[in-house]
Write a protein that binds this ligand. Structure first.
Ligand code: PLP
Length: 436
């Protein structure tokens, strides 16, 4: 009889007082717990669970952790993986986040007891890291850096850009769409494959606010191509803004074709814009580096307030600058031999534990839409592809690459200190469900 059955369903206040929910009430907002209780009562009303199980069901439905974000071991071989949160932070940056999490002197001068300039230490550290930049400003991401620069320098005027550089960065984000929102008129020059300095020169006029160069980081055109260099463009007169994208502050010998802020500014760019969570290896942010006059215009623009970074970002960026080799750089520079040696160790451990595995040579990528075409030969472990879905839902989750019937776990973007965590995850995933 459904009516009798319903009478057995415990009232909300009774369930809330159940010892099974005491721990939940200490950890979560009362309304969150109440919603879980109401959902469990609804299940009991539908006969899906027993009335006596309402409290336990509500407790089980509440979150296990304060964030639904799950830790992931990135065994894809793609170092800067946008779907996996781009750059993993260094130990120093993680510690800095802890310090900045509470009250902090982000805009307060402790020596004088007066208001202090926000982000001054980071600004100085960026200038020291990039001597060719006389000033620096930080915003929420790379797109915001470009948006702010073009708005400050060219709103109501013209911005000249090559047709070969009007790219889609990813996830439907198209550069021309962003540029149009700045209020600058886009003047396209050249063709998809070839643009000369003469094309730009012919377009420069009294209305030119800036010449924009964008590093087409996620694709390469080969064959009959030509592009004007920054030095040539700098001679034209208007400020040259260069979106270098991936955020290398200094040249990296391992990525000879990747533009860096120091060389681009030294070549004559007025400002460079870049992401902080790609090759720089920091938290999500955007850099604006260059001549004081241009950076100052960006900083003073009203839009700058809307694109301001928080104390956590400031803290993590400063720490990343201090780190001798943040995790992204360490992953990029890991030699194929060192990765193969780690793979051999891992395979030995796994086989001893009864998990079939073998070492394999791998090909990794920089990722994050950067260094298209650069391959990173490395090493990893191949296991049964049937483990892939199991590893994905474990904590930490493990993401690899499935090829044919094998799951390949590339060690390039796995921190060496996480090899043991990876081994444990593989052993846990290999235990058949009926035995585990
Ligand atoms: C990644 C990238 C951007 C966007 O940077 P976000 O930090 O993702 O906003 C812009 N331009 C280029 C060339 C990029 O590579």
């Amino acid at each position: 009889m459904p009516a009798d059955f319903r009478r057995d369903i415990p009232r909300t206040d009774a369930v809330m007082a159940d010892p099974a929910l005491a721990d939940a009430l200490a950890r979560f907002d009362r309304r969150v717990v109440k919603r879980a209780v109401e959902q469990a009562q609804a299940l009991a009303r539908d006969g899906a669970i027993a009335p006596a199980a309402v409290a336990a069901r509500a407790a089980a439905a509440l979150p296990r952790a304060p964030t639904s974000l799950r830790r992931v071991l990135n065994a894809t071989g793609i170092v800067v993986h946008t779907n996996l949160g781009r750059a993993p932070l260094s130990a120093g940056a993680r510690a800095a986040l802890q310090t900045a999490a509470g009250y902090t002197d982000v805009e307060f001068d402790l020596a004088t007891g007066r208001r202090g300039p926000r982000g001054a230490a980071l600004r100085a550290a960026l200038r020291a890291a990039v001597p060719a930049a006389s000033d620096a400003h930080v915003v929420t991401n790379g797109a915001a850096a470009l948006l702010l620069c073009v708005t400050a320098l060219a709103a109501g005027r013209e911005v000249i850009v090559s047709r070969g550089e009007l790219v889609e960065i990813g996830d439907g984000f198209r550069l021309p769409d962003l540029l149009v929102t700045t209020g600058a008129r886009l003047v396209e020059v050249g063709t998809t494959n070839r643009t000369s300095v003469g094309d730009y020169a012919a377009a420069v006029g009294p209305l030119t606010g800036a010449v924009l160069k964008v590093h087409p980081s996620n694709f390469r055109i080969q064959g009959f191509t030509a592009a004007a260099g920054v030095a040539q463009l700098a001679g034209l007169g208007p400020p040259v803004v260069v979106d270098i994208g991936s955020g290398l502050l200094r040249a990296d010998p391992g990525l000879p074709d990747e533009p860096d802020a120091q060389r681009t500014l030294a070549a004559g760019a007025a400002v460079v814009t870049a992401s902080a969570d790609k090759l720089f290896g920091g938290p999500q942010a955007g850099f604006i580096l260059g001549q004081t006059s241009c950076v100052e215009q960006a900083r003073r623009h009203p839009l700058a307030r809307a694109l301001r970074v928080d104390k956590l970002t400031l803290a993590a960026l400063e720490a990343t600058l201090l780190d001798p080799e943040p995790p992204v750089a360490r992953a990029l520079h890991a030699s194929a031999e060192s990765l193969a040696a780690r793979a051999d160790d891992l395979v030995r451990q796994l086989v001893t534990a009864g998990v079939p595995a073998e070492p394999v040579a791998t090909t990794g990528f920089v990722g994050g839409g950067g260094a298209a075409g650069v391959q990173l030969p490395g090493g990893g472990v191949a296991v049964d592809a049937a483990l892939a879905p199991v590893l994905r839902v474990q904590d930490p989750a493990v993401i690899g690459r499935v090829t044919a019937d094998r799951l390949v776990l590339d060690l390039r973007a796995v921190a060496p200190e996480d090899d043991a965590v990876l081994a444990a995850a593989l052993q846990a995933a290999s235990v058949p469900a009926d035995r585990g």
